[in-house]
Design a protein around this ligand. Structure first.
Ligand code: ZN
Length: 477
């Protein structure tokens, strides 16, 4: 049995999850379920980045303690996953003792190898990104591109630094040779262009005062806390035993895939491998980078009040409908636009009319003809489907399934089993046997994408007498 270990990014939990988180969770879940379908031992980790300064600020705004805020908000992310039928095997929290211990172990390894040193630094700091920026990296107003409208703070303090510059050539080589594979390739080129500019050493701690006594303590220095990315990235390891269960760690690490959004590629493709190289630890094999969302053509923002809450859509249309929309209509690699109108259109055309109608129609014909169902054959993963999923082209893998739905529709329309039923023609059983097999195969291929629906179809089509049931996707509007 092959192991396959993948992760979502580790969200800040300073606010509730939006539809971008839903996309990433669903993508990761499909990859995990696809590997399970292949017989792999797959593990999916998510977690919450609880040591960020943003959480401290959000807690101050709400008038509660930081721990209360992260306890409350991390549950919202776990709940969203549950509602989307996603089972995280591990949900590792940044404020757990296990994670803190693990991150201190990572720090000590880098320190021992001479990659951590102390110096006074003055720089422009974006609280939103938790990052110091060079002037050249900012827009003409001196703001970061991720957080326009929020002026940067000039911060001067004594911090620990990590010798990132030392790993520049090594990381460049690893990425060029796809030893850390970045998908899609245009993101790989972006990282290589960034590396070409040259790497500066980075601050990996802040004073207790600026951290407001929150976060992971730096080993042997009570006045400093870890800079958030140093420990946040380590959630990928701390969740599978690093620093606390060596057997577990060796079983799962290195990660086969990190699923992330385009805004945090630098941390994953450059900083993270550098920390691991410094600590003499194995490197993740691949990084998949998805785009961002607009909503009805506009950037999602709290000020515009258009932050799409995935729970609303799950409530209205069901988890599988939202999963289907995100996976079939949103490009896996480019930015996408979320539109409820489009979701309803696709729901009606592909799920209600396409899949739902086919499943109901064949069940009705089986019922009316006294069809005796037999245990079916087992299915195998098709090459085109597998290739699409190995390349994370979710939309193409779904097109493959929908072609099978069209084929099944075409078969029924040509064979007209309803006429055979009317004429008591024995041939009807052979025709329906074929249609039933087609539907079971469709359910098999749908498992990673629409797990709830696939299970319902399998249940309905496993019984010896297939009966009609309530529609899988009642039409909307
Ligand atoms: Zn920023």
């Amino acid at each position: 049995m092959n192991k396959y270990y993948l992760t979502t990014a580790i969200p800040y939990v300073n606010a509730k999850p939006h539809v971008g988180h839903a996309l990433e969770f669903v993508q990761a879940d499909v990859i995990k379920r696809f590997h399970q379908l292949k017989g792999d031992d797959a593990r999916l980790l998510s977690g919450s980045d609880e040591n960020a300064l943003k959480n401290v600020q959000a807690a101050e705004n709400e008038g509660i303690s930081v721990q209360e805020l992260v306890d409350k908000n991390s549950k919202l992310f776990e709940n969203l996953a549950k509602k989307l039928n996603i089972e995280f095997d591990v949900f590792e929290r940044g404020s757990s003792d296990q994670h803190k211990k693990s991150s201190q172990e990572l720090w000590e390894r880098c320190f021992k190898n001479g990659d951590i040193y102390k110096k006074t630094y003055t720089g422009l700091y974006c609280v939103g990104c938790e990052l110091f920026y060079e002037k050249s990296e900012l827009n003409e107003k001196g703001e970061c591109f991720e957080h326009p409208g929020k002026p940067l703070e000039e911060v001067s303090e004594e911090n620990y630094f990590f010798k990132l510059s030392r790993y520049q050539d090594k990381i460049k080589e690893l990425i060029e040779k796809d030893e850390i594979k970045i998908i899609p390739s245009f993101r790989k080129n972006e990282v290589l262009a960034f590396l070409k500019e040259g790497l500066q050493d980075i601050s990996i701690s802040r004073t207790n005062k600026r951290a407001k006594d929150w976060g992971v303590e730096v080993p042997n220095d009570p006045n400093q806390r870890m800079y958030v990315w140093f420990d946040a990235l380590n959630i990928y390891q701390s969740g599978v035993g690093f620093g606390w269960d060596d057997k577990e760690y060796k079983k799962w690490w290195p990660a086969d895939l990190h699923v992330i959004g385009k805004g945090i590629i630098r941390f994953h493709a450059v900083y993270w491998p550098a920390f691991l190289l410094s600590a003499d630890l194995p490197l993740p094999k691949a990084i998949f980078v998805h785009g961002y969302f607009t909503v009805d053509g506009q950037k999602m923002s709290k000020t515009l009040g258009n932050v799409a809450d995935p729970l609303d859509f799950i409530e209205k249309y069901g988890a599988d409908a939202l999963r289907y929309y995100l996976l079939s209509q949103i490009s896996p690699f480019q930015d996408g636009d979320f539109s409820e109108k489009k979701l309803i259109e696709v729901y009606n055309s592909d799920l209600a009319n396409g899949l739902g109608n086919l499943v109901a129609r064949v069940a009705r014909l089986c019922e009316n003809s006294g069809f005796k169902n037999e245990p079916g054959k087992t299915f195998e993963i098709d090459e085109a489907y597998e290739k699409a999923l190995n390349e994370l082209r979710f939309n193409d893998a779904l097109s493959f399934v929908w072609e099978k739905i069209s084929e099944a529709d075409k078969f029924i329309n040509e064979e007209k089993p309803w006429e055979l039923v009317k004429n008591n023609d024995e041939k009807v059983h052979g025709v329906l046997k074929h249609s039933v097999e087609q539907i079971k195969e469709i359910a098999y291929f749908l498992k990673p994408f629409l797990p709830e629906t696939a299970e319902k179809i399998e249940e309905q089509y496993e019984s010896s007498e297939i009966k009609s049931s309530t529609p899988l996707f009642p039409r909307i509007g």
